[in-house]
Design a protein around this ligand. Structure first.
Ligand code: C5P
Length: 310
């Protein structure tokens, strides 16, 4: 059956950024298994790309390319597929809407940079445009929160404070551009496992997480040295206890000239803040030659969230 709405275009391409956490405060686990967070995110310039094309009604399929493509399920478990299906069920019609998705991954898989959330955000945006659905940014964000706590931020981008599960967002004033060097770990780290270790390491925790004010103040000042002093991640001890080798990576990065380094989210990606672009280039070359990580990548932030590119 032909689509009822003739699409404006046959294909829509979206890119969605990865994130790092500049200040991540974690509270005691809730009954639903989630932890209350006070989480300052920054979107950084590493992007997954998703192309969406019409497919027969009711079909949602995906192909995946990129160095780590083999680590991502290309079936109904894929977050982009789940996002497209959710969009059909809430705003579309399975007798009309179908999509073929082509995903090119650059954000590390299960790396603590919200790569899966970026793909879900990209699919929500690409499919709603391809299918010409009447969805507002707020509605897409609500659907995103149903798919994962980080998906609303992947749609928004920039710099934001996330509370609740990390999905209730408020933009944060941030001056200037920050230069980061990312060190990608060799394997993956499961987010639920890291949160589980956090619970073991923090028995009896009962205080709600406090907003990381020092990070927010540093972002307003635009001073990378101040931000370097303020960076913090409550999940870092848990990630280090599951992956002790990361401590050496963090140490070496700072010895080689980073202002500061921290585990991004639940890890294992480590993010190093550099004083400026030249310092970031220097650090990335030196860190690469240490051979401690799978790969080193230079990025800047903040950058926008999921956006259409063609
Ligand atoms: O929401 P998402 O599926 O990305 O979360 C993955 C897992 O991370 C959750 O199932 C939960 O174990 C953990 N998590 C948490 N508290 C949060 C966010 C995630 O415990 N605020």
């Amino acid at each position: 059956m032909a689509p009822l709405h003739l699409p404006d275009s046959e294909s829509v391409r979206v890119r969605a950024s990865g994130k790092i956490n500049l200040g991540l405060k974690v509270g005691p686990v809730r009954e639903d298994g989630y932890h209350p967070l006070a989480n300052v995110f920054q979107a950084v310039s590493i992007f997954d790309e998703l192309q969406a094309q019409w497919a027969p009604p009711g079909e949602v399929r995906i192909s995946i390319a990129g160095e780590q493509a083999h680590l991502v399920p290309a079936d109904e478990r894929n977050l982009a597929v789940r996002a497209a299906r959710l969009l059909v069920s809430e705003f579309g019609d399975p007798a009309v809407h179908g999509v073929s998705l082509a995903l090119r991954k650059a954000i590390p898989v299960t790396g603590g940079m919200a790569g899966g959330s970026a793909d879900a955000a990209a699919a929500l945006l690409a499919c709603s445009v391809l299918w010409d659905l009447d969805t507002s940014p707020d509605e897409l964000r609500d659907l995103g929160a149903m798919l994962g706590a980080d998906v609303p931020f992947s749609l928004l981008g920039g710099t934001a404070l996330g509370t609740g599960r990390g999905d209730r967002l408020a933009p944060v004033l941030s001056r200037g551009t920050y230069h980061w060097v990312l060190a990608f770990g060799d394997g993956e780290l499961s987010t639920p496992e890291v949160f589980g270790r956090f619970d073991e390491l923090n028995p009896g925790l009962n205080a709600e997480p406090e907003v990381p004010r020092a990070v927010m103040n540093a972002l307003v000042s635009g001073d990378p040295a101040a931000l370097g002093r303020a960076l913090s991640n409550d999940l870092q001890p848990a990630a280090l206890s599951l992956r002790p080798g990361l401590a050496q990576v963090l140490e070496v990065g700072v010895e080689l000239g980073a202002l500061a380094g921290l585990v991004s989210g639940s890890g294992p990606t480590c993010a190093f803040l550099a004083a400026n672009e030249a310092a970031a280039i220097d650090l990335s070359v030196k860190l690469s030659s240490e051979g401690l990580c799978r790969a080193i990548r230079r990025v800047t932030g903040p950058v926008p969230g999921a956006r259409i590119i063609t």
